[in-house]
Design a protein around this ligand. Structure first.
Ligand SMILES: Cc1cc2nc3c(=O)[nH]c(=O)nc-3n(C[C@H](O)[C@H](O)[C@H](O)COP(=O)(O)O)c2cc1C
Length: 420
């Protein structure tokens, strides 16, 4: 494989899931076998640090920092939690990766375990993800039969086991402490932090929680080297990222693109443009991110350049707003989603999400003259509150909409009283 080709989606679209033999043909598990034979865990962490790999679950946390925290912490039981709890509307990349490239994810888990000193990993999926669950279960069996799981792998000191876990079908169950709670037999709701999972996670042991896509980048980085990885992407946002394009485009689905491309490229070139042929008015890079106006469609996709326009790539589940679309109805649906998905544990989160939904439904009815001030008040009230970041996730699209779609919101706010 060329070092500048795709890293994750290496098979032609429509191919069957990659089995162990096919994965091995493309160099699969060679990074792991080489690491076990000849590298200290610290060498792996240095290479991952040099690659600049950051989390793909939304928060973009440097992967090497997490691994170093676990590796340099007290010795004893440690876990890897591969987070595939993807339940965000519009995002399908983790399910796609686990279903079609299960061995990339598994090798990533094993490499993270070797680097951090973990002895057990959980591949955390959601109970309704039937095809990814079946694919992952088959791949784990193939791996065990091949001797890459169990005690003293390939005669080394490294022993490791992987279990599949089926989490509950809720949005918050993908949050890291909620996933830990589900694995421990709880309802899958976020816990108070600190302690953070890196210090005290599953069974109170250090737990490295990483998105399945983040982990799936590791085999390439450790096989081809950090420099090859850095050839993709921008100076600060290295490598590639998966994006899910919506059904409203000509070519919907999951695609890989290096950082530095643009939403225009994703929508018009990769996605083939809108099915309706109508122009794009704005993009929401992910449900819990902030809207980007059409005038910014050419901004390079990187954590840094999107931050400058008040947004972020999030998990890459893209929502496209077209000319002629009812923007207020779209934003209302987003507000309803967060109201429905908040888990009920934190009163400020219950309050903010239900108020946002209320404001949006009042806007739809043309009865929200003070909507912008109310949303800002909620943002002030919600700052720093809640066990997880759901309050901020709900506010991001709605607050940004007040600027990006200011004219629509302004017009809607008093539409029922106009002319009366
Ligand atoms: C409400 C909520 C839902 C989340 N859902 C997911 C998810 O489905 N998958 C995921 O990887 N991270 C999710 N996260 C982020 C995780 O808590 C965590 O940051 C992530 O798994 C870390 O992996 P990364 O560093 O590789 O991004 C969610 C966070 C919140 C607050």
């Amino acid at each position: 494989m060329s070092s500048t080709g795709p890293i994750l989606l290496t098979r032609p679209r429509g191919s069957a899931a990659e089995d162990l033999a096919a994965y091995r043909e493309c160099g699969g598990y060679s990074a792991l076998e080489r690491a076990i034979e000849s590298h200290e865990p610290a060498h792996l962490i240095r290479e991952i640090e040099a690659s600049g790999l950051r989390g793909r679950g939304g928060a973009a946390f440097p992967m090497a920092k997490k691994l170093r925290l676990a590796a340099e912490g007290p010795s004893g039981r440690k876990f890897i939690l591969a987070n595939g709890g993807e339940h965000e509307p519009g995002s399908n990349k983790d399910k796609h990766l686990v279903e079609f490239y299960p061995h990339k994810v598994l090798e990533g888990i094993l490499l993270a375990a070797y680097a951090s000193g973990a002895q057990k990993g959980f591949l955390y999926l959601i109970e309704d993800m039937l095809a990814p669950l079946a694919s992952a279960a088959k791949a784990i069996e193939e791996l065990r039969a091949d001797g890459l799981l169990g005690s003293r792998i390939r005669g080394s000191q490294f022993s490791f086991e992987i279990a599949l876990h089926r989490g509950p079908p809720t949005y918050v169950a993908g949050e890291e402490t909620a996933a830990i709670d589900a694995i421990e037999g709880g309802e899958g709701k976020p816990r108070e932090k600190p302690p953070y999972p890196g210090e005290s996670g599953i069974e109170a042991c250090p737990t490295t929680v990483s998105n399945v896509e983040t982990l799936a980048h590791l085999p390439f980085i450790l096989r081809e080297g950090a420099e090859a990885y850095r050839r993709l992407g921008t100076a600060e946002s290295s490598g590639s990222m998966l994006f899910t394009l919506p059904d409203s485009l000509v070519n919907p689905g999951v695609y890989e693109m290096p950082f530095g491309g643009s939403y225009r490229e994703l929508i018009e070139v990769v996605g083939g443009g809108t099915r309706s042929g109508r122009a794009v008015r704005g993009v929401l890079p992910a449900m819990s991110s902030a809207f980007i106006a059409a005038e910014h469609l050419d901004v390079p996709i990187s954590h840094e350049s999107l931050a400058k326009i008040g947004s972020s790539p999030g998990c890459g589940g893209i929502h496209v707003i077209e000319e002629g679309q009812d923007v207020i109805a779209e934003i209302s649906a987003i507000a309803e989603f967060f109201k429905r998905e908040q888990c009920g544990q934190c009163p400020p989160c219950r309050m903010v999400t239900s108020q946002l939904a209320h404001i949006m439904s009042a806007l739809q009815a043309g009865q929200a003259p003070a909507y912008a001030a109310q949303i800002e008040k909620l943002a002030d009230f919600g700052r720093g509150k809640g066990r997880c970041s759901l309050i901020q996730m709900a506010l991001a699209p709605i607050r940004s909409a007040t600027a990006v779609f200011a004219a629509d919101m302004q017009a809607a706010s008093t539409s029922s009283t106009e002319g009366s």
